[in-house]
Design a protein around this ligand. Structure first.
Ligand SMILES: [Mg+2]
Length: 139
């Protein structure tokens, strides 16, 4: 299985991830996403592939709405109305929504047994062969 190293991620309420030295971080992240989603009841009912895509789409749209409202600023409230520090504030802003997109993507790929890391590697290697703007595309 290779080796893992613990990497501390700095944010308001701390945390760390285990990074596989041969690039299996996504697999580990997907396992943690699944466990959180199981614990929160998101595997209690069946859903369709279309449901999963719609949920992924909704997070992408939330990312756009966050940008429209706040640019790329972190809008996480760190204190309540009384000025007391919120111990685990709800993350808000483009970055938080980008994280939701990743969580949704990892969840969907895990549900359908898609090896996202391998697919990412394969697609990026292919894109390296595609040339300037992938053959003249405008956007
Ligand atoms: Mg969201």
């Amino acid at each position: 299985m290779g080796e893992y190293e613990e990497v501390r991620v700095e944010h308001d309420f701390g945390g760390k991830i285990r990074v596989h030295t041969d690039g299996g971080a996504l697999e580990h992240m997907a396992e943690e996403v699944k466990q959180v989603n199981v614990d929160n009841g998101w595997f209690d009912d069946s859903r369709t592939f279309g449901d999963d895509i719609a949920l992924l789409h909704s997070e992408v749209s939330e990312m756009l709405e966050a940008f429209r409202d706040f640019g790329v600023s972190d809008m996480t409230e760190k204190v309540d109305e009384e000025g007391d520090v919120i111990q685990i504030p709800k993350p808000e802003g483009v970055g938080a929504e980008a994280a939701d997109v990743l969580v949704r993507l990892l969840d969907t790929c895990h549900r359908y047994d898609i090896d996202l890391f391998t697919e990412w590697r394969r697609k990026l290697d292919y894109n390296k062969t595609r040339g300037h703007k992938h053959g003249g595309k405008r956007l």
